[in-house]
Design a protein around this ligand. Structure first.
Ligand SMILES: NC(=O)c1ccc[n+]([C@@H]2O[C@H](COP(=O)([O-])OP(=O)(O)OC[C@H]3O[C@@H](n4cnc5c(N)ncnc54)[C@H](O)[C@@H]3O)[C@@H](O)[C@H]2O)c1
Length: 445
């Protein structure tokens, strides 16, 4: 089947390459010329395990191609995926400009019937609005091609995106009509349904809600654990024991029931915010979602305060381990490091930062924002965790990369000047840290 994927970011690129791997002929379309040039040359613009190998393989086989020109991708295409970003506006609502631009562009260029599939995370009702945009553009051209709008939200996790796409738990498809569009979607996913990954069919509205509901629920689980962490700190409990004791109940489950510095990334913060905006817009109270957001903010702030309070008023050297919002990705969106580094540099501390893959992205973002403050020394970007720890008064773990979990704590102690280890992800055993001569600062312990 011939398909086009518009927007070749973390979701679109993975979808394009995986659909090619599954036997379809795929065109990836993006407005970012540099990104497309890289992709045409077999270079992945993002870090995602296994992605570049699959990209190269399918480019060589001619099953995936990339262009900046939608007109080049559309002829004979049966399905167009929109996978553009839907970032939060100032008022927390989802910015849908790119989604509507893509819908309109497809309608302006189509010369046959096409199934339009929204893969982006969009608030309920967006599919209907896309349909209106498409109808208007088609009417303007005085053509009556059929371009039904279908919701097919994406559930991949960065860092596991290829396996999540090739072996999804479920494929949610939301549409309000049957007929050829449904058959097209069935055919598209045959390579996955054949190996028993099920399609869950529902209305477009339900499908749009499923995605936000899933992310809202997972974020809520994290905030629940973080809420308990504060209670544990105040009462002598240990949040790791508490969440373990809860999570082994199979009605609850251990995943995402972990306390730490709070969630970040490109999805949870923005989707929780979009739900808050949707609550405002519809007048439907969503108090669990508001609490999820508030707890997350509070958790970050109170851990940052703990760090700043433990450091001298100025002039400390601080090693930062981990810059991306989670391991196995170079995605820096809403990463705690982007909030903490300026706080440290503004207070006159020197930061020595290390991340295995996200350093370039972090450097660019911090440069664009104008950080660090003029009072501080330049941030030192280090090539290894131990370089970042060299002569440091404190080391702060912000991302649970595997290499940090396996650190030799005695070597760390010998490398540092001071002895404060802030474990923002609760990856170490406090007793082992203390045994190495370090002061342990975890969360909820
Ligand atoms: N990143 C994730 O882990 C993840 C997981 C599930 C769902 N989602 C959702 O998927 C959507 C995409 O997220 P992402 O992380 O891939 O975003 P992204 O920012 O990485 O990628 C978006 C891409 O769209 C391109 N683009 C923007 N406007 C365009 C246009 N008019 N034509 C062609 N290309 C255009 C951009 O250049 C960029 O390459 C969002 O709605 C997000 O919420 C993301």
């Amino acid at each position: 089947m011939k398909i086009a994927v518009i927007g070749t970011g973390y979701v679109g690129l993975v979808s394009a390459v995986c659909f090619a791997e599954l036997g379809h002929e795929v065109f990836g379309v993006d407005i970012d010329e540099e990104k497309v040039r890289k992709l045409q040359g077999g270079i992945s613009p993002i870090y995602e395990p296994e992605l570049e190998e699959l990209l190269k393989k399918n480019l060589e086989a001619g099953t995936v191609k990339f262009t900046t020109d939608l007109a080049e991708a559309l002829p004979d295409t049966q399905v167009v995926f929109s996978a553009v970003a839907t970032p939060p506006n100032e008022d927390f609502s989802a910015d849908l400009k790119a989604v509507f631009i893509v819908a309109e562009s497809v309608a302006k260029l189509a010369d046959h019937n096409i199934v339009f599939v929204n893969k982006s995370t969009v608030p309920v009702g967006t599919g209907k609005k896309c349909e209106e945009v498409i109808a208007k553009a088609l009417a303007g051209r005085k053509v009556d091609y059929k371009i039904p709008v279908i919701s097919n939200p994406e559930f991949l996790r960065e860092g596991h995106a290829i396996s999540d796409t090739m072996q999804p738990d479920r494929i949610v498809v939301g549409m309000n009509e049957n007929g050829w569009a449904k058959q097209t979607m069935e055919e598209l996913y045959v390579p996955l349904t054949r190996t028993s990954q099920p399609i869950v069919w529902m209305s477009r509205e339900s499908s749009e809600i499923v995605k936000y509901a899933s992310n809202g629920f997972l974020a809520n689980k994290i905030s629940f654990a973080n809420m308990l962490s504060e209670l544990c700190e105040a009462t002598g409990g240990n949040v790791r024991d508490v969440t373990k004791g809860m999570g082994l109940d199979n009605r609850i489950g251990p995943r995402f029931l972990q306390s730490g510095i709070g969630y970040g990334g490109s999805c949870f913060p923005k989707d929780v915010k979009a739900l808050i905006a949707l609550s405002r817009e519809t007048g439907v109270p969503l108090p669990l979602i508001q609490a999820t957001h508030d707890i997350n903010q509070h958790q970050r702030e109170r851990y940052f305060k703990k760090i700043l309070d433990a450091l001298p008023a100025e002039g400390a050297t601080v090693g930062i381990w981990g810059l991306s919002f989670k391991p196995r990705t170079d995605d820096m969106r809403e990463a705690p490091s982007l909030d903490l580094i300026p706080l440290l540099t503004k207070a006159g501390h020197t930061v020595q930062a290390y991340d295995p893959v996200a350093m370039e992205n972090a450097k660019n973002i911090i440069k664009q924002r104008g950080d660090p403050s003029p009072h501080s020394e330049e941030i030192r970007w280090c090539q290894s965790p131990m370089k970042a720890a060299e002569n440091a008064d404190a080391v702060i773990v912000l991302t649970e990369w595997e290499e940090f979990c396996n650190t030799d704590l005695t070597t760390l102690k010998l490398t540092m000047k001071g002895n404060d280890l802030f474990d923002g992800r609760n990856i170490y055993e406090p007793a082992e840290v203390k045994e190495a001569g370090l002061q342990y600062h975890g969360i909820g312990l």
